[in-house]
Design a protein around this ligand. Structure first.
Ligand code: 5GP
Length: 124
């Protein structure tokens, strides 16, 4: 079955520009396969985005086509960021908008990490 978005990566998207260093970001940390930086319009006291360094359109694309080592390294960085920002004890939420119904704005796979305060209902 075809995976929606696979093969149609647009290298002009804003996160591709961040990865190429063409526009700045408030970097939190990175590893070989992923980069974490603060969201420009935070929706919680802590709101960080984690993106793979490779060209994946969405979670659907990443989960279906990325090598296992990239998926493992990406997941590891999400946990490392939460620990580094000391939101693990209080708890945090991770979320990825995939496609139209979820309102995905940037066509480069990303996970949001929210924390730093009680976050309210799962879907507002
Ligand atoms: P989505 O709706 O695609 O899940 O989330 C995209 C996120 O990217 C939004 O939370 C938005 O605030 C964030 N964003 C958009 N443009 C920029 C930017 O240039 N820099 C940073 N750091 N975040 C951005």
């Amino acid at each position: 079955m075809a995976v929606k978005g696979t093969g149609s990566y647009d290298p002009s998207n804003i996160f591709a520009k961040i990865l190429r260093g063409e526009i700045p970001c408030k970097r939190v940390m990175e590893n070989e396969v992923a980069l974490a930086f603060h969201d420009i319009a935070p929706k919680a006291p802590t709101h960080v985005l984690v993106i793979p360094k490779g060209p994946y359109v969405s979670f659907a694309d990443f989960s279906a086509t990325a090598p296992d080592a990239e998926i493992a390294g990406f997941t590891r960085l999400v946990g490392d960021v939460a620990r580094h920002l000391e939101i693990e004890d209080g708890g945090y939420r991770i979320l990825s908008n995939m496609g139209e119904h979820a309102g995905q704005e940037v066509p480069h796979f990303h996970v949001h990490i929210f924390g730093g305060a009680p976050l309210g209902p799962m879907i507002g």
